[in-house]
Design a protein around this ligand. Structure first.
Ligand code: ZN
Length: 397
């Protein structure tokens, strides 16, 4: 007989509260779970038994902790079994696809990537991503039924209500394609799509330099320029989902026409591609982003000047954002972040000069700590954030 939905939903809700308590604070005692959930002690014990039978929760004795007052024995600490479920992250850069598979503790068990012509070859890129995911799961020995879902970062504005790209000229090859649905059809697993800078911000917040910070801006300087924001501890995407498009803020009214159709956007003068193109003009030979970084490291005067000027332009736009959202931390990611202080010092100087003094004083500007893995780990974190809910629904329906 099918149980009535109401008692079942209460059970699921209680189970969710217990899973959430253990997920947010691993190695926690039954007494702490009881206190934090406000549930009766017996209810907590019953749910934990269920979760242990489902191999979702494990206990260990805290030999180094103070003995419990009532028993005199070391307390038993509960954690989720890290390998009970996994989340997949996919990062579609302009010229690469990266995959990471994270366990429930957030630990990446696989991290792999492949070069790809993402901008101009969407179908081939989606097929390649499917192969990367399959290979990652096989190499780690993970069954598909232990996957919670796939988070997917893509370098374009994403409409959060339709899941489609608001790209127009920004990613023309992807026009009319619904990337999440395409990926879902290839993998047979739920896929959540997000903007690359947004997942980069989330990656740094969950796993990186932003973990103790409630208000941060992550600036991605890759082939394009974008910003992801965490405000009051939560990702901020705006009404449609396209907040943070700083690459398309006016930086030079007489600058070149941008791929978005406007003139003089920040991207046209400060993206790594624009900076490399400047050097191509002066050196007369092709300059890739890798060549550009090598020239900066070799103290090439022209390359350092070009990167510093780009930093100043980025800093002017970010200084306005600093005034508007008053972040505690600005993290710089994307390929150009590897230029280090040659890039970061002019960003800091521009904020110092153009932001209102208290906002400038309270913000720190540094490179992200995850490097090229920020986006893919953030994409996995999109799914891990929903893990307690998904597990509560899945275990003992
Ligand atoms: Zn533009």
């Amino acid at each position: 007989m099918t149980p009535s939905p109401r008692p079942l939903s209460v059970r699921q809700l209680n189970r969710l509260r217990v899973i959430e308590a253990i997920y947010r604070e691993p190695a926690t005692s039954r007494a702490d779970i009881t206190r934090r959930t406000g549930l009766a002690r017996q209810t907590v014990s019953t749910i934990i038994e269920e979760l242990e039978r489902a191999s979702l929760v494990e206990e260990r004795c805290a030999t180094d902790a103070a003995p419990a007052r009532n028993t005199g024995r070391p307390p038993i600490l509960l954690s989720l079994v890290p390998g009970a479920a996994f989340a997949v992250g996919l990062d579609f850069g302009h010229q690469h696809i990266r995959v990471a598979v994270c366990d429930l503790s957030g630990q990446p068990v696989v991290d792999d990537w492949s070069p790809a012509e993402v901008d101009h070859a969407p179908t081939e890129s989606l097929d390649l991503a499917r192969e990367l995911v399959s290979h990652a799961l096989t190499s780690a020995g993970i069954d598909r039924d232990r996957l919670l879902g796939v988070g997917m970062g893509l370098a374009a504005p994403i409409n959060k209500s339709t899941g489609e790209l608001e790209a127009d000229g920004i990613l023309p090859g992807w026009h009319g394609i619904r990337p999440a649905a395409e990926m879902e059809a290839r993998l047979g697993i739920p896929v959540e799509l997000a903007n690359d800078a947004d997942v980069g911000a989330l990656g740094e917040k969950v796993f990186g330099a932003g973990s103790a910070v409630e208000d941060l801006v992550y600036v991605r300087l890759s082939a394009g320029i974008g910003a992801g924001m965490i405000l009051a501890g939560r990702p901020y995407h705006g009404a449609l989902g396209v907040a943070g498009e700083i690459g398309h803020v006016l930086a030079d009214p007489r600058g070149p026409i941008c791929r978005c159709g406007n003139r003089g956007c920040l991207e046209t003068i400060a993206s790594p591609v624009a900076v490399a193109a400047l050097l191509e003009r002066s050196t007369g030979r092709p300059v890739t982003i890798q060549t550009l970084l090598a020239l900066v490291a070799a103290e090439d005067r022209g390359a350092r000047r070009a990167v510093a000027d780009a930093g100043e332009a980025v800093g002017k736009v970010v200084s306005a954002l600093v005034n508007i959202v008053n972040p505690q931390l600005v993290l710089v990611g994307g390929e150009l972040a590897a230029a280090g202080d040659v890039l970061l010092d002019p960003i800091r100087a521009a904020i110092e000069r153009h932001s209102v003094a208290p906002a400038a004083r309270s913000v720190r500007v540094t490179a992200g700590s995850l490097g090229p893995r920020a986006e893919v780990l953030g994409a996995a974190a999109l799914i891990l954030a929903q893990a307690p809910h998904m597990l509560a629904e899945r275990v003992l329906r």
